[in-house]
Write a protein that binds this ligand. Structure first.
Ligand code: SF4
Length: 396
């Protein structure tokens, strides 16, 4: 037999348990969910409602908010109500900190998922000059964490809501650092400690993240987590992200390198691209990563040759024109190729092709079939006509 894996062109996602977050489900057989976070102050009710709505309308399926105080937590009740009254219920997740368990309990009433960071549950004795923690100390601290976390876990469990155990490489607890070092192993052990606490309280609506700002660290942490979970018979869904990825082209590439690599290995059930830009900018990046990997198809897939000496028209300009005219059509693949010599063969089975035929003329293709030759000036218009003739056009 042929080496099947080598010839496999689909991504096989790791099987995970399905965890409901409001009307959205993460894991199971569901598409990879896209998330982001508003940067409005939660006390600004109208601003927050508008920010959440803006993100949701462009495809952010779960929106995160921060709740640094009790007033913020209460404000979420109003935000939730206003969204339901003026728009629609949007799945919400709130960040809470260990010293705000009262806040957490309040916020758990209003949001669909609560995110906690295990590294912020600091119950360690002052460091002094010690460099290690004994097993007993480890267990004592674990017991204190459980005691603190228990009311929140029970509240979420009883309401059928979810929790994200969100470990950050940059904020590991001291005893994890002393025991495992500043390593992916320390990150995974932090997550496992909290998972075990939740499981001991019969709560399994968990989503796990192990973010780092260095891509190789993040990759290793998630892979190690998957290995450990497999060994332990756990199948919690994973939330992928590269923290502090920065902005611009490099921020996007760095996020894609981390998130895309894991998704290609079948790892990951929900993603957030963290950019130092307006949150609206993160959403198209998420969808582009998912589309490029064939995991979700939410826009037209453009195939275009890089152009060369054979190119018969201004490829960059034509691609831009074709994109502008057709970008609202979801689910189609459209190719723009510079010449007839290699173009048709390299269109990657696109649904339609716009191919340089001879100077001043282009050919339109449906699949591999050449349909008509038209003057270049009418190219885009005729392409639209062909799509219309096939009944695949919708007005923007
Ligand atoms: Fe060059 Fe034609 Fe290939 Fe485009 S399709 S890169 S024009 S040979």
């Amino acid at each position: 037999p042929r080496e099947d894996k080598l010839f496999d062109t689909t991504i096989h996602r790791r099987q995970t348990r399905a965890v409901k977050v409001g009307s959205v489900t993460i894991g199971g057989n569901n598409p990879v969910v896209v998330q982001s976070m508003i940067n409005e102050d939660t006390l600004d009710i109208d601003g927050s409602v508008a920010g959440i709505r803006r993100l949701h309308e462009i495809g952010c399926e779960i929106v995160r908010v921060t709740v640094p105080s009790m007033a913020h937590a209460r404000a979420l009740a109003e935000i939730k109500q206003k969204l339901a009254d003026t728009y629609q219920p949007v799945p919400l997740v709130a960040d809470v900190h260990h010293n705000g368990m009262k806040i957490a309990l309040e916020v758990a009433k209003h949001v669909d998922k609560v995110r906690i960071n295990p590294g912020l549950y600091v119950f360690e004795k002052p460091k002094g000059d010690r460099t290690e923690y004994s097993q007993t100390e480890f267990e004592e601290i674990g017991a204190k964490i459980k005691e603190t976390l228990e009311p929140l876990v029970i509240s979420l469990r009883d309401q059928g809501k979810a929790m994200r155990i969100g470990v950050n490489h940059g904020s590991l607890a001291e005893r994890m650092l002393f025991t495992y070092g500043d390593t992916p192993e320390g990150m995974v052990e932090s997550a496992l400690e909290f998972i075990r606490i939740c499981e001991s309280l019969d709560f399994k609506n968990l989503i796990i993240s192990l973010k780092a700002s260095r891509v190789p660290v993040m990759l290793s942490a998630y892979r190690l987590m998957v290995k450990k979970m497999d060994e332990l018979g756990m199948s919690y869904p994973l939330h992928l992200g590269v923290t502090e990825a920065g902005d611009g082209e490099y921020g996007r590439i760095k996020s894609t390198a981390g998130i895309g690599t894991l998704l290609a290995e079948g790892i990951g059930d929900t993603i957030r691209v963290s950019l130092t830009e307006a949150p609206e900018k993160e959403i198209p990046v998420c969808y582009s990563i998912l589309q490029a990997l064939g995991l979700r198809k939410t826009m037209v897939e453009y195939v275009a040759c890089p152009s060369c000496g054979r190119t018969l028209f201004n490829l960059e300009e034509v691609l831009h024109k074709v994109r502008e005219a057709t970008k609202h059509l979801t689910g189609l693949d459209i190719a723009v190729m510079g010449c007839i010599v290699n173009g048709p063969g390299e269109m990657a089975d696109a649904d339609y092709g716009y191919v340089g035929r001879q100077p001043g003329f282009i050919s339109l293709y449906r699949g591999r079939e050449e349909i008509r030759k038209v003057p270049e000036a009418e190219g885009v218009e005729q392409l639209i006509q062909l799509i219309k003739d096939d009944g695949k056009w919708v007005d923007p």
